[in-house]
Write a protein that binds this ligand. Structure first.
Ligand code: NAP
Length: 245
């Protein structure tokens, strides 16, 4: 089906910031492919959004599953022939919450957190890049975190200095490296790649201690997904402001 409408894929769209990102993009006239770990969850998400007037298409995509990734690329290619926006939103937090821990981080936790927050993002992006290259203005948004900022972690006075949760923080720092490298590799294409820090947001991961509500938390992802041709590329952004790497 050839279409002039923008097509977006949001991973981990069944709850939290991902759900709201899909909703806000949909409200702006984008057709949103809502990806979730199970088909049931994706279908439930799509029907909730449709009730809200959003054009939503369900997709099963466990980002760590190679078969799912391959099938997703084929389904999107067959149905739309292109992808305009990829929001790499799915992510996992640290095993024991945001409690400082470095040397006692287990191999298992490193594998799990890097598996989802870094390796799966790279693999999903690789699978979908041929379709993003068919877009007039491809946009890749990597959901990072200010906790991935090495500059801020290295400053003992920074507000995040006390949140040294190695597995999670390092996975987002590495994700930021992916953003910079991929943006450079794609600089002669129409694709822009940026890292988003949503803020500290009231979700399952952010907990109810977080100061920010989910609609505001989705704003940075939505802005970066809809960047115009003069927008930033290879940057780390929170609500329109650049963050230090
Ligand atoms: P959340 O409420 O915990 O939601 C995480 C989402 O990721 C869920 O939809 C979850 O699906 C999905 N997911 C996890 N592993 C997956 C997998 N293997 N395959 C597919 N989906 C998977 O978290 P959130 O707060 O909305 O976070 C969204 C993103 O923002 C994350 O990348 C997070 O690191 C980042 N972030 C959040 C905050 C914050 O304060 N909340 C701050 C900075 C950055 P299930 O329901 O199936 O588990």
């Amino acid at each position: 089906m050839a279409t002039d409408k923008k097509i977006a894929l949001v991973t981990g769209a069944n709850r939290g910031i991902g759900f709201e990102t899909a909703r806000q993009l949909g409200k702006k006239g984008v057709t949103v492919i809502v990806a979730a770990r199970t088909l049931k969850s994706a279908e439930e998400t799509a029907s909730k959004l449709k009730t809200d007037g959003v054009e939503a298409v369900p997709l099963k995509l466990d980002v760590t599953n190679a078969q799912d990734r391959e099938a997703a690329a084929k389904t999107i290619g067959d149905k739309f022939g292109k992808l305009d926006i990829l929001v790499n939103n799915a992510g996992v937090g640290p095993q024991d919450g945001f409690v400082p821990k470095t040397i006692n981080t287990t191999e298992e936790e490193l594998q799990k957190v890097f598996g989802t927050n870094l390796f799966a993002v790279i693999a999903v992006t690789r699978s979908l890049l041929p379709l993003l290259k068919k877009s007039e203005a491809g946009r890749i948004v990597n959901l990072s975190s200010v906790l991935g900022s090495l500059t801020l972690h290295a400053d003992p006075k920074s507000p995040i200095a006390g949140f040294k949760v190695f597995a999670y923080d390092a996975s987002k720092a590495a994700l930021n490296a992916f953003t910079i490298h991929l943006a450079a590799e794609l600089k002669d294409t129409k694709i822009k790649v940026n890292s988003a820090h949503p803020g500290w947001v009231k979700t399952e991961m952010g907990t109810d201690q977080a100061p920010m509500e989910i609609p505001e938390g989705a704003k940075t992802s939505v802005d970066l997904a809809l960047l115009g041709p003069d927008g930033p590329n290879g940057r780390f952004i929170h609500l329109g402001q650049e963050l230090p790497w």
